[in-house]
Design a protein around this ligand. Structure first.
Ligand code: ZN
Length: 329
């Protein structure tokens, strides 16, 4: 690497030669020891060097007592439990159309059983570049939306969507949204850790069907946009109702965990942050079975994902209640 850290030359016989740094970030700040690995990747539009930097990022967060549930959707990117929405950007549609067009072009130029023509390879490269562009737009958007949410909230509950079910879907628009949701939740977890904000995944069952006020089951088809409860008369946007259910699921889970782990905190000595961590085994088996399975297991066992003592602190500070009943109003 050059002294000003603007260039890297590979001396181990790798044929790529010298790469120039073209980035918003400067590598000058990191010592050679902090950069533990360099990896070169080849994408549709060139070679890139990735630097793995050992760096603990921590940001200040001003806690305001804001709690929210979010429902990830197709129409809006997400709807929160206050009924606010974040849109899917319009350029996604444009990119999607272009992707379809380029895909058709590639298929048309494909010759079965023969050596492919130059025209085919050209079309194939154009398609690969468009895929790259779409994935960059998506990544960028996922990161920005996640950061904005983490900055404005202290506790965020979202649906733990299973990637396995998602991959099965062949519809293009749907598969693009699935990928965005996944990236978004990954960024959400990352930023939450950096900002000390709590993020909880809950299992995705019945969040659309249940009435967020009285709990009655209100069946809907995919095209029913409004939730109208016959039992209690609640009328809400479909996604708003789902977001409220997601938040209340998060509450149920937290109430269960906080109540069953009180007095059973297990201390770990490594982290400089709060030291409490509930142990999975300290929860009575009877109650353990009532905690929904999924990613939740993971954060119960792994203090990296959720520091519960912080939750306890915030609960006292903002007199948060985690009612085990649906939310009305
Ligand atoms: Zn109702």
């Amino acid at each position: 690497m050059s002294a000003d850290r603007r260039q890297i030359t590979f001396t181990d016989g790798f044929e790529v030669g010298t790469l120039a740094l073209w980035s918003s970030r400067d590598l000058v700040w990191y010592s050679d020891q902090a950069i533990s690995r360099v990896r070169v990747i080849r994408l549709a539009d060139g070679y890139y060097a990735q630097f793995l930097v050992d760096w603990d990022r921590e940001e200040e967060h001003e806690f305001q007592g804001e709690m929210t549930g979010i429902d990830l959707g197709l129409k809006e990117f997400y709807t929160d439990s206050d009924g606010d929405t974040v849109e899917n950007p319009r350029y996604f549609r444009k990119s999607e159309r272009r992707l379809k067009m380029l895909q058709r072009r590639v298929s048309k130029k494909h010759v079965k059983g023969k050596k492919q023509t130059n025209r085919y390879h050209k079309a194939r490269k154009a398609l690969a570049k468009q895929h790259l562009k779409v994935s960059r737009q998506r990544e960028d958007r996922a990161r920005k939306d996640a950061l904005a949410l983490v900055r404005s909230k202290d506790l965020i509950v979202y649906e733990d969507l299973k990637m396995r079910n998602m991959v099965k879907n062949h519809h293009l628009a749907k598969s693009i949204s699935n990928a965005s949701w996944y990236q978004f939740t990954q960024w959400l977890k990352y930023f939450a850790r950096v900002h000390g904000v709590i993020v909880i995944p809950v299992p995705p069952h019945y969040t659309t069907v249940d009435c967020s006020c009285c709990g009655a089951k209100v069946k809907k088809t995919l095209s029913t946009r409004t939730h109208k409860c016959i039992k209690c008369g609640t009328v809400l946007d479909r996604d708003h109702n789902a977001a409220k259910n997601i938040l209340s699921k998060g509450f149920k889970l937290l109430a269960l965990i906080l109540n069953s782990t009180q007095g059973h905190w297990e201390s770990g000595a490594k982290s400089s942050k709060a030291q409490f961590r509930p142990s999975w085994n300290s929860i009575p088996a009877r109650k353990r079975n009532r905690i929904p399975r999924g990613e939740t297991d993971h954060w119960l066992k792994n203090r990296d994902v959720l520091v519960l003592s912080q939750l306890d602190e915030l609960r006292t500070k903002f007199s948060w209640e985690f009612p085990a009943r649906p939310l009305c109003g």
